[in-house]
Design a binder for this molecule. Structure first.
Ligand SMILES: C[S@@+](CC[C@H](N)C(=O)[O-])C[C@H]1O[C@@H](n2cnc3c(N)ncnc32)[C@H](O)[C@@H]1O
Length: 245
């Protein structure tokens, strides 16, 4: 779908590009402008989709939905993400574009920590509750802050395993020098690359349970990991809960 016209955003992006190309621009401003560029990109995709669905609800009613799946596909699930690839490009910080009570199962993995807390995370919990049918299931997996903190200060073997499993494909490996660096990455991963959205908040089972109960879910319990839905590479060091409406 071609992007909807947005002269003011295009102009802003042009201006930002010019400032970023100027060698006099310092690191602090560059970093902030790179983050703004990412937000402009997300906003362009979102505006395009929301101009097709101005009341914020798409026509179709998928029974199974994955939020923030990135490249991870699940058979029979409709994928909503802020950026491609996805079935629908939508910034979930603006709500979930589905009809009330229409979804049987909603799944996300390593997504919730990438949206700001409390405003967007709590809105996500409320919106998930709204779109689920009675008895519908919300499955949420996040990096488990309790697992990490329980091991502080960690033995070097465990720290090495964490770095290998979580960060071996990132360019930050050389900067994880102590166990506290690992903790910092979980709480406030500030990945400064064009295709990475940072971590905004850390979660454990207690926090997820509290947030989904507050949003109105009847029950929240530990989820039995199912590799047909979740990514087996994510299981280690993550916590998954099942919230039922
Ligand atoms: C760390 S990736 C996880 C991808 C996949 N779930 C996995 O476990 O490999 C976070 C995903 O959340 C998506 N995301 C971040 N903020 C979002 C937002 N506001 N609305 C929709 N998707 C968002 C990103 O585009 C990305 O695909």
């Amino acid at each position: 779908m071609p992007l909807s016209p947005s002269p003011s955003l295009d102009y802003l992006k042009e201006q930002i590009t010019a400032v970023l190309e100027d060698p006099a621009t310092g690191h602090g401003l560059s970093r902030t402008l790179r983050a703004a560029t990412k937000e402009i990109e997300i906003s362009r995709f979102h505006r395009t989709s929301s101009s097709a669905w101005p009341n914020g609800r798409i026509d179709t009613a998928p029974a199974n939905v994955q939020i923030g799946g990135g490249a991870h596909r699940i058979e029979g699930f409709f994928n909503i993400d802020a950026v491609p690839p996805a079935d629908l490009l939508w910034d979930v910080r603006e709500g979930i574009p589905l009809q009330d009570g229409s979804v049987q199962c909603m799944f996300s993995e390593h997504f919730v920590e990438h949206i700001d807390y409390p405003r967007s995370a709590k809105l996500y919990a409320q919106e998930a509750h709204r779109v689920l049918a009675s008895g519908g299931r919300l499955i949420t997996g996040v990096p488990d802050a309790a697992f990490l903190l329980k091991h502080y200060p960690a033995n070097p073997g465990l720290a090495d395993e964490m770095v290998k499993r979580w960060y071996s494909k990132r360019d930050c490996v050389g900067d994880i020098n102590t166990f506290l660096d690992l903790i910092n990455y979980m709480f406030r991963d500030q990945g400064d690359t064009p295709n990475y959205t940072p971590h905004h908040w850390a979660y454990d089972q207690e926090k997820l349970t509290q947030m989904f109960r507050e949003a109105g879910f009847e029950s929240v319990e530990a989820w039995d990991f199912d590799p047909a839905i979740a990514n087996p590479k994510r299981q280690w060091g993550s916590v998954y809960v099942l919230a039922t409406k």
